[in-house]
Design a protein around this ligand. Structure first.
Ligand SMILES: [Zn+2]
Length: 682
């Protein structure tokens, strides 16, 4: 039995919590970088910071197998036992993010070939191709050897596959990928005629005679490329990463089915919904400083991070943070701001508020050498415990107290925004200079987050249960299955908001021949009569008051919908811009412009009003974040002050502040960077 797991696996959906029996707390640890004489003191300091988990070995292939076929696992066995004695169990990692030099020298073909045709050299990470036969074989071999060696180790509770698949590099055009890409297409289409038909190769005389004619896309090929071919290449990249991981997961589960298996994301050209099917829970590496260092305000920065956390949670439903920022990150030409006192802890609580049940601070101690000499950890290079260590210590003590209340709860959302990496990739293949659906949706997420609404993302393949409002943010590709699901959702009483350009393509990334919005026409009760870019230069929208359009306009022709707003200006003056249809017990709002900074506020207001969605709290300053985690046991209200000023919150539901174990009435003082978690019952 795994001491960190309880219950049976739950179906994959956005309301699924991890089945953990404890909140994981600790850090990635690299004993291979430090003299063994330091390990025991490290273990003592970890115990004093209430660590229960360390993650190890993701970059240690050269230590684990110094030469081909030689296994050297004693270092990690020794450290596992030592840390176990001080209360920390281990998440081991398959070390395939950094294949050792003997492997890349014996098999130079495992190195990626970048889209410009140049092959990677050894010397960084993620430089091997997930489709390479030799790399996959060695990946399975080292995974099997490690899994068998640690199968009986009572201190190992779980595994992380690889490290940050597709981070830095996601593309490869090596000769092996060329072969594998053709195989992938042949499996998908069966015949070359089917591929020609699906891709529309009649355009620019692209027609292929057989699958060997199809070339993998290099950069700077002559001319613009076929968007269907480009999307299938992105799908291929996701496929080889998912397959690469699956081969490792099989080895791990075969050796010890009680282990949990995670992976840490999230990056481009990878369908994490698909990847998560092989995992117990998904990890999200959370480095808020990437956003906060450039955000105009703390609230704007916090909203960005909230969106990323919600995006990560949408794939597997459950979430842990295997790398939570534990100091300023520095690589190449950048170094983040050092988190101010209280900020690191605040960020950890933000992760918990968005569904995480595990926080590992990256990293235990700043490394003295290598590409991340200044990717700072809880401890500085000199191992002296300072304020970041003390802050982690506080978190550890608090998380241990909170575990009983927090575990088994999931994040409550009223508003779900559809998000799928495949739709974003389809868009990237021919973007017209418009933001991806996710980039556009982030504006709506921010507006709703600022308004204290319970908002999150939902995968189109997921269920839409519990959502009062569902948003289709410019998802161009639509099939009958999605159209039927959306129709069912509305008929049962849901409110659907459809953004411009939705359902304008089939799943091959080819424009439909029907009038837009194609399969959603009947549901929306409109057709699109005219469209174009940059409406902000010529037109406005009249919705009670005048509001701005952004990036794209559509002139709508209602069939059964009623008009909520009209265009002003030029030849489209007075024509419908926003409509509302009643379908079954629900409603469909169609908005004939794009989600953007200029439009998100009025679109959010309109949508929540039509869907009768109430904010979680009212009269709360923008810098104070509000979320709810819930279960059948009740609700936990998270309040996080991301600002530099204290705030008095009024009109609270009242309950017990479980962080400080104090009753809370209608009013609460929240100091800068402080957090409250209030159990409010039903
Ligand atoms: Zn390749």
């Amino acid at each position: 039995m795994n001491p960190y797991l309880r219950g049976k696996p739950l179906p994959q959906t956005h309301t699924r919590p991890p089945r953990l029996s404890t909140i994981l707390f600790g850090a990635p640890y690299y004993p291979e970088h430090w003299d063994p004489s330091m390990w025991e003191r490290d273990a003592q300091l970890m115990a004093k910071a209430h660590f229960n988990t360390v993650r190890m070995a993701e970059f240690a292939w050269d230590r684990l197998e110094p030469r081909k076929g030689t296994s050297a696992f004693s270092l990690f066995k020794e450290v596992n036992a030592l840390l176990g004695g001080y209360g920390s169990r281990t998440i081991l990692c398959t070390p395939t993010a950094t294949p050792p030099r003997w492997l890349t020298r014996a098999h130079p073909e495992v190195l990626r070939v970048m889209p410009d045709g140049r092959r990677c050299t050894h010397g960084s990470r993620q430089h091997a191709c997930y489709a390479s036969e030799a790399f996959r074989r060695h990946g399975r071999r080292i995974t099997r050897a490690m899994a068998q060696a640690f199968a009986q180790d009572p201190n190992v509770v779980g595994w992380q596959t690889d490290n940050e698949l597709n981070c830095g590099f996601s593309e490869c055009v090596c000769p092996n990928c060329q072969v594998e890409y053709r195989r992938f297409l042949k499996r998908k289409y069966g015949s070359i005629d089917a591929l020609n038909g699906a891709w529309g190769t009649a355009f620019w005389a692209l027609t292929y005679g057989d699958f060997d004619d199809v070339e993998i896309p290099y950069e700077r090929r002559p001319g613009s490329e076929n968007p269907s071919a480009r999307l299938d290449y992105y799908r291929y990249l996701s496929h080889i990463a998912v397959r690469f991981q699956r081969e490792q997961v099989r080895e791990l589960r075969r050796a010890n089915p009680d282990w949990f298996v995670i992976h840490n994301g999230i990056f481009q050209h990878l369908d994490y919904y698909e990847l998560s099917k092989d995992l117990d829970f998904l990890g999200f590496d959370n480095y808020p400083a990437f956003r906060l260092d450039t955000a105009p305000t703390k609230a704007e920065g916090a909203a960005c991070i909230a969106s990323r956390l919600d995006q990560a949670r949408s794939y597997a439903g459950n979430l842990i943070v295997p790398e939570q920022q534990g100091g300023p990150g520095g690589q190449k030409a950048y170094l983040h701001d050092n988190p101010r006192p209280g900020e690191m802890r605040l960020w950890s609580y933000q992760s918990l508020a968005h569904g995480a049940d595990g926080i590992l601070h990256f990293r235990w101690r700043t490394c003295r050498f290598g590409a991340e000499e200044y990717w700072c950890g809880i401890l500085d290079h000199d191992s002296v415990p300072r304020r970041r260590y003390r802050e982690a210590q506080q978190e550890g003590a608090e998380f241990a107290r909170l575990a009983a209340d927090l575990l088994g709860t999931h994040v409550h959302i009223d508003v779900g925004i559809l998000h799928s990496p495949e739709q974003d990739d389809a868009h990237r293949a021919l973007s017209l200079g418009l933001p991806t659906p996710l980039e556009a949706a982030e504006h709506l997420h921010r507006a709703l987050w600022m308004g204290k609404f319970a908002v999150g993302y939902v995968n189109p393949a997921d269920g839409f249960h519990g959502l009062k409002l569902l948003v289709v943010p410019h998802l161009a590709m639509c099939d009958q299955e999605l159209a039927s699901k959306l129709t069912h959702y509305v008929e049962k009483g849901g409110t659907l908001l459809i953004g411009a350009r939705s359902a304008t393509k089939n799943m091959d990334n080819v424009v439909i021949e029907e009038t837009p919005p194609g399969l959603l026409r009947d549901l929306a009760g409109i057709t699109v009569e005219e469209y174009g870019k940059r409406p902000e230069r010529h037109y406005r929208i009249i919705l009670e008051q005048e509001v701005m359009p952004a990036l794209w306009y559509e002139v709508l022709q209602p069939t059964v919908a009623k008009v909520l707003a009209t265009w002003r200006g030029g030849h489209i003056d007075g024509q419908p811009a926003v409509t509302l249809a009643t379908v079954g017990e629900g409603k469909v709002i169609y908005v004939g412009t794009y989600l953007a900074r200029e439009t998100a506020d009025w679109i959010a207001r309109l949508a929540v009003q039509q869907a009768a969605v109430e904010p979680l709290l009212t009269d709360v300053p923008s810098a104070v974040e509000v979320t709810i985690r819930e279960s059948e046991r009740g609700k936990l209200l998270f309040l996080l002050n991301h600002g530099d000023q204290p705030h008095t919150l009024r009109g609270l539901p009242g309950g017990l502040d479980i962080l400080h174990n104090e009753p809370v009435g209608e009013e609460l003082q929240l100091a800068p960077r402080q957090v409250a978690i209030i159990a409010i019952g039903d």
